[in-house]
Design a protein around this ligand. Sequence first.
Ligand SMILES: Cc1ncc(COP(=O)(O)O)c(C=O)c1O
Length: 357
Amino acid sequence: MISLKTEDFIKDSIINLIPYKVNEIGHNNSLKLDANESNYILGKAIKRRYANFIKDTLINLYPDSSSKKLLNILEKLYGIKSKNFIFGNGSDELISIILLSLRKDVAVNIPSPSFSMYDIIARYNDLNTNFIKLDKKSFDLPANMASRQNIYLKNIYFFSYPNNPTGNHFNDGIIKKLLENKNNIVVIDEAYLFFSDKKSFIQYITEYDNLIVLKTFSKIGLAGLRFGMLFAGDNLINEFKKIKLPYNINSLTLSSIEFFLNNFNEFDKNIKKTVSQRNKLYSVFKKIDFILPYPSDANFILIKLNDKKLKNKFDEFLKNNNIIIRNFTGNMGLFYRITIGTALQNKKLIGYLESFH
Ligand SMILES: Cc1ncc(COP(=O)(O)O)c(C=O)c1O
C-alpha cells in the first residue's frame, strides 16, 4: 500500500486545524442542553399535515431554490427583495461563502468569546484573524473600537447578535460607526434574534451596502433541516451568488421550509415558552451559590463557576448524571453554556444543580 504524505497536498491551515466537536445525540436519560437546539417536538396534528405536504416533493429533479412560493413568503416576511438574499445549508455554509470570497488582505475581526466557526472557517481560508476582547463583565465591545486605528486597512467584522455564548447584544452605536466606514464589512449574525426584543439589522440593508445579515431557523426547531439565509445589498450578494453551489439546499428542506413558514404559529408559541423559561431559569440560577449566571437575550444562559476548585468535581457531576451542556477550555474553562430546555428538562436541571455540593 502506498502511504500518501498528506502534508504535501493539504494546506497547513487544514493540517493544523482542531475540528469542531459535535456531541452525539443524547439518549432518553440524558439532558441534552449543549447545542442551542429547540427541545420542543412537533405535535401529532402538525406532523401529519407536514408529512402530507412534503410527500409530493419531486426528489427525482434537482432542487429549485428559486421557487416563487418560497421567495414570496420570505420577501413578505423580511421586506427584502429576493434578489438580495441567498440560502445556505445552515448559516454555517453562508459564513463559509463569505469567508471564501475574501481577499487575503482583509482581516477577519471576531469578538472573543463568540461562535467558533467564524475563526475555524477563516483559518482554513488562510485569512488573518483578529480577536476583539470583550469587556469582562458586560461582554460588550470595547467602547473605543470604532474609532481606534486597526492594524489592517480593510476589515470584516462578525457579530453574533445576540452573541453566542454570552447571550448579550453588542452596542448598536459601535456597530453603526463601523458600518459608516467604507473600509469595513459588517456581518450581523441573527441566529438568536428570535428570542430577543431587538430589531433586526435587515432594515439597514438598503442603507449600507457593506452590511450582511445572516438568519437561520436552526435555533427555533428546524436545526435538522439545515436552512440559513444571507441578506445583502446588490454589490456583495452578486459576488456571493457566483460561488454558492447551485443545488446547496435539498428539495425536502425547501418544501419543509415553505410548509413551516405557512405554519409559523407553532414556532412562535415555542419561542415564547423558551423566553419565559429562560427568564425563570435565570432567576433560579441567581440563587444557586456556586454559579454566576449572565443575563441572556438568547435561548441559552452562560454561567460561571464561582470557584475554580469546583471545576473537576462539577465536570464529573455532569458526566455522572448524563447532563450534556457546553463547556469551554482555556480562559473560558470555568464557563458553561446551558441551552434552555422544556419546563420539564429545566426542572430536572435545577434539581440536579441544587443537589450539587
Ligand atoms: C451565532 C451562530 N451563528 C450560526 C450558527 C449556525 O447555524 P446553522 O445551524 O444555521 O448553521 C450558530 C449555531 O450554533 C450560531 O451560534
